[in-house]
Design a protein around this ligand. Structure first.
Ligand code: 5AD
Ligand code: SF4
Length: 468
């Protein structure tokens, strides 16, 4: 593996743009507008990548469609985080044989984290001959060239070389939502948590230049975006590789000082790198949403050590306490894994205790899934599937009760919300902490901030009313 992170040269990106133009002309000469379907699995980072893939397709003259049936180009942007995600992808790729039979000119591409694993690429190469192209996250910026090769040479392409990672600035973007935008501030991960595949498929941590990020956010605000989420696998280590003396808290402060009415958020954070300075910056800027996603993964110190997390439950709790001391209304969410190899019943109880102590607003709960090539996949794992399922159910029950109680406490309060859609004649909106609120109101509220009084709640959402 090469050690250095590279910024893709402008001349190389320009060459890709020229290929987009050639593809556009190819379709113009055939007298029709081609269609493309991009399907995204997994996390927001993948969603953000898909916005770039749509951007490149748009530059090649493709119109987006929301079904694979009849699309001239299909791109599946895959996720490798758990086995279940991979199985879904394999199932859906298998089904595309039939779609392609009905539309033989169709070109099928697979990309994303699964394509960063050699054994997956081999399987696609040998068992899924209807797939025309494969590229891993490091090669995404070359998509126009790959598409052109497939269209012109009618041969399969595999762009799957491993690298420490790169940064491609200025790729075209097509965002699907005009209100909320994700902005990647860094890519990759250096942490190598023992269960996680991400560092193997997304390469080393690399930060974008602060001025590139600021320009992108300014552009989004000028277009009317009101909810901006800064993205990275571990945003807290932003800037460490740049040597500019700017850390994540500084970047947040700079963005929060931009003019305009908007909420600024971020994800994801690693507790070992979250600083008091960041909490202080959050507390002192109104535009920074008082929401923190701080994955703890396990409440047991032995398990945390074997997970290679570099903090213990005491350090984690002291961070949470500090955050709440400077922001009493802080919304806290987290990720947790049950059934990590060797986790005992008593160790699992520590996870329940931590949840009861912190009382998260919401939790993303996962059953451990072995990932080939990670250290945890080689560890003895004596707990049965039934044991793990039982722990999982207990975890979900505990959290649901807490979420209900927290939601109940909102009733009677008036909250500021951003109205983002309409479902079944009710407006849908999000609070600053990201809670879903439904209420009756005129369509003129769509895309606007407003205040609603919370009058009822369910486990998952709040019911609001416009003030009299
Ligand atoms: N098994 C189960 N959950 C996992 N996660 C990451 N890798 C695995 C795995 N192998 C979870 C972690 C992480 C979230 C994005 O996915 O909780 O924070
Ligand atoms: Fe995976 Fe850990 Fe990196 Fe998150 S911090 S992406 S869990 S290795």
């Amino acid at each position: 593996m090469e050690e250095r992170t590279t910024v893709i040269a402008e001349s190389e990106l320009r060459a890709q743009q020229e290929i987009c133009q050639t593809i556009k002309e190819y379709w113009q000469s055939r007298g029709r507008t081609p269609t493309a379907f991009v399907d995204t699995y997994g996390c927001q980072q993948n969603e953000a990548d898909s916005e770039r893939i749509r951007g490149m397709l748009d530059a090649c003259g493709y119109a987006m469609t929301d079904t694979e049936e009849g699309a001239d180009c299909i791109v599946l942007n895959t996720c490798a985080i758990r086995e279940h995600a991979e199985q879904r992808v394999f199932g859906n790729v298998g089904a595309l044989v039939h779609t392609k039979r009905r539309h033989p000119e169709q070109k099928i591409f697979l990309c994303g984290c699964m394509m960063g694993q050699d054994h997956v690429v081999d399987k696609i190469r040998h068992s899924y001959p209807h797939v025309d192209g494969v590229f891993n996250p490091h090669q995404m910026w070359r998509f126009p060239e790959l598409l052109y090769n497939v269209l012109k040479n009618k041969k399969r392409v595999f762009a799957v070389e491993h690298s420490a990672g790169n940064i491609a600035e200025g790729l075209p973007v097509v965002r699907q939502n005009g209100l909320k935008a994700w902005v990647s501030i860094m890519y990759g991960c250096n942490n190598f948590c023992s269960y996680c595949i991400v560092p193997y498929v997304r390469g080393r941590e690399r930060s974008r230049q602060p001025e590139e990020i600021l320009e992108e956010v300014k552009g989004l605000l000028a277009q009317g975006y009101k909810d901006i989420t800064l993205l990275g696998q571990n945003v807290n280590s932003y800037g460490k590789d740049l040597g500019l003396g700017i850390d994540f808290a500084d970047l947040m402060a700079q963005i929060a000082e931009l003019p305009g009415d908007f909420w600024l958020r971020f994800m994801t954070s690693h507790p070992k790198d979250a600083t008091k300075k960041l909490f202080d910056v959050m507390a002192s800027h109104d535009k920074i949403a008082k929401q923190f996603h701080l994955p703890f993964q396990s409440g047991n110190d032995r398990v945390l050590k074997v997970m290679n997390r570099h903090y213990d439950s005491k350090q984690y709790l002291s961070l949470v306490d500090y955050g709440r001391s400077v922001m009493p209304d802080l919304t806290l969410t987290s990720d947790v894994i049950v059934g990590f190899p060797g986790e005992t019943e008593e160790e699992f109880e520590d996870t329940i205790k931590l949840i009861e102590r912190v009382r998260y607003d919401a939790l993303f709960t996962f059953i451990y899934s072995p990932r080939k090539g990670t250290p945890a996949a080689e560890m003895p794992d004596p707990a049965t599937k039934a044991d793990k399922n039982r722990r999982f159910d207990r975890l979900v029950e505990t959290q649901n009760r807490i979420s209900q109680e927290i939601h109940g406490a909102y009733v009677g309060k008036t909250m500021r919300v951003l109205v983002d859609g309409k479902e079944d004649n009710l407006l849908t909106a999000r609070t600053e902490g990201g809670r879903l609120v439904r209420f009756e109101g005129p369509d003129t509220f769509l895309g606007q901030f407003t205040h609603v009084k919370i009058v009822d709640h369910t486990t998952w959402s709040l019911v609001g009313q416009l003030p009299e």
